[in-house]
Design a protein around this ligand. Structure first.
Ligand code: KG4
Ligand code: ZN
Length: 335
């Protein structure tokens, strides 16, 4: 089956990425991760915008080169409209609009959260509809009922912090450098998850809350370090493993409930936190226990990337869903 050749741009947070999809296959996916934020312990929006501006042309050139195509081979240009940081989104959006205008190409706008989910259609195995997706990132925590490629319904979501934020903030409290999530994961690998107990918050319906866990970790550390100043250093792996366990169990509690209530056994995870080894393991165990077919993205498609924007744009192109030169970023775009 032949399909369009599309250049896709992702610039919603601190990764500048460009990808090319050709006939439904991702043939290039270039990601420039911004290192500038490390020294500040978090993403600085203004610096992110500036780095996107520096990176965007080299990243796009590299994507076209890797895909072994030229601009004249393109059928459309796609970009992330939101959600994300306004200044960061503006760079990708403005670039895509100028590029499309210059080459007289149609323009496609993509929802970043929809794209995280559709990353499952880049490679095999692909989930079949309807499926449930637990989307877990630095900005979102959602359980989504996916009825079709472009037909999704949020069943529940966080009422405060995202789970990725809970990972990052916990890591920060432990003195781990930014971005803390992956480091907490790695440290947890050698720890005992049953050593300490942190609360598993049970919200109504399919909603989540992670601000309470963060506060309880703060008090737990404060209490123990006043008694033993070396408490964190001496117990770091066990603390990390115990925090990770509580966060994952909080996620699993609602996912299991949603699977039970809907009767759906096609279950996917998506977003940055789906790179977490504890969550991946818990999903594989749940697959055996509850007879789920579980879909876990390849590492390169968990965290932000333009390949997922490209696959979403591919389906939008096939539906004739284009936008115009009036398109503008929407930092709070809903699914
Ligand atoms: O999807 P993503 O790249 O960006 C957003 O759209 O937010 O997700 C980034 C989030 C960060 O909070 C990061 O710490 C978290 O994903 N993350 C992890 C791991 N890898 C990335 N959290 C826990 N364990 C990991 N291995
Ligand atoms: Zn993301």
């Amino acid at each position: 089956v032949l399909g369009p050749t599309i250049l896709a741009i992702e610039s919603s947070c601190d990764d500048t990425s460009a990808a090319v999809i050709r006939h439904g296959k991702v043939v290039a996916n270039i990601v420039a991760t911004q290192e500038v934020h490390k020294q500040y312990g978090g993403v600085v929006p203004e610096l992110a915008s500036r780095a996107h501006q520096q990176n965007i042309i080299p990243v796009v050139s590299q994507a076209l080169l890797t895909a072994k195509i030229t601009k004249s081979d393109l059928d459309a240009v796609a970009f992330t409209r939101g959600p994300g940081l306004l200044g960061a989104l503006l760079v990708g959006c403005s670039f895509a609009k100028s590029f499309a205008l210059g080459l007289n190409l149609p323009l496609i706008e993509v929802n970043h959260m929809q794209a995280h989910i559709l990353a499952h259609f880049i490679d095999d195995p692909k989930p079949s509809f309807p499926f449930l997706c637990l989307t877990v990132s630095g900005g979102h925590t959602q359980i989504v009922l996916v009825k079709d490629y472009l037909d999704m319904q949020v069943l529940g979501q966080t009422t405060d912090d995202a789970v990725g934020e809970a990972f990052d903030k916990s890591a920060k409290l432990l003195g781990l450098p930014y971005p803390g999530g992956p480091l907490l994961d790695r440290t947890a690998a050698t720890g005992n998850p049953d050593r300490f107990t942190f609360p598993i918050v049970n919200m109504p319906d399919y909603d989540f809350s992670f601000s309470g866990i963060k506060t309880s970790i703060l008090y737990f550390l404060r209490e123990n370090t006043t008694q033993y100043p070396d408490f964190i250093a001496e117990n770091l792996a066990d603390i990390c493993a115990s925090i990770q366990k509580a966060l994952i169990q909080t996620l699993l509690l609602k996912l299991k409930q949603a699977a039970k209530d809907t009767g759906i056994r096609e279950i996917a995870i998506a977003g940055g936190v789906s790179a977490n080894s504890g969550l991946r393991k818990a999903m594989i165990e749940s697959a055996a226990r509850y007879k789920w077919n579980v879909y876990i993205p390849a590492f390169e498609y968990c965290t932000d990337n333009a390949a997922m924007i490209a696959i979403t744009a591919h389906y939008k192109y096939l539906q004739g869903d284009f936008t115009t030169q009036y398109a503008s970023p929407e930092p709070r775009l809903k699914l």
